[in-house]
Design a protein around this ligand. Sequence first.
Ligand code: ATP
Length: 319
Amino acid sequence: MRTIGILTSGGDAPGMNAAIRSVVRTAASLNIEVVGITRGYAGLIQGDFRRLNTSSVSDIIHRGGTILLTARSEEFRTKAGRAIALENLYREGIEGLVVVGGDGSLSGAVHLAKKGMPVIGIPGTIDNDIAGTDYTIGFDTAVNTALNAISSIRDTATSHERIFIIEVMGRHSGQIALASGIAGGAESILVPEYPVDYDRVVERLENARRLGKLHSIIVIAEGAGSAMDVNKEISKRTKLESRVTILGHIQRGGPPTAFDVILASRMGAMAVKLLASGVTNRMVGLVDNKLVDLEIESVLKEKKQINPDLYRLADVLAL
Ligand code: ATP
């Protein structure tokens, strides 16, 4: 294999740059050239390509976002759009492709693989909602960003003796809420995977007050409902004063944690080695701290569950 392509697609995630760097430098060590594709599948259809060498990826390891930019492409969802994408890949002499992105991006990769383009997927999304890997690139950074915010809010919650409801990202997944809620000592953690039990939330708040605790933190994943609704429910049911903070996009940005940089570096290197050895249609994953590769379609068929032990632990530790 002489030339491979790389693109980042879907939502950006801290650590994507470290993955790009690892792909480029691992490929260089194997005398393989790398073409960077700008704006994910949209750039693939537009033929927005540039050669990347080892110095093109200098000084990016610590940067959030992605130097290749990312986008969502409706055209790539069509057969005609994908045919143009494939044609562009062949015209550029690209013999294998690394796709870094979430489940949508990986679904797109399967289409290309089925048409004969060797493809390896790298799970890159802050949501950690992809089966077959314990962690996706960007999740650890997002959790730490949320944790920093929770810690700051806790200071003011303590000083004003208030309840704070903090909404974190996760439309379909409570992974960020659960991890940042446990690490931030939240009294209640509300996730889309389990129904919201307001009786339990209120009981906890009132118990905490009885025990002399003057502040409380509730962490809710956006997919579990709205923080505003939780706020309304608390004021309806109690005399306690609560405030809402929605963390939003700060969770996507910022420099990646050491964990994410190392994960991205390992996954990038593995993706290149798989392509170079003729493997295709696989996603790189991390299971029990070991790199694995799994068929992309079987990974996508599975729904990643949140760890029930961790969920129960959160409940026990909260009070
Ligand atoms: P995140 O989890 O961060 O949102 P994602 O990769 O899941 O990332 P999507 O918007 O779902 O983000 O997908 C990114 C792009 O992948 C889409 O804009 C589209 O071009 C392509 N894509 C998604 N699903 C499919 C599909 N079923 N078939 C072909 N292409 C797809």
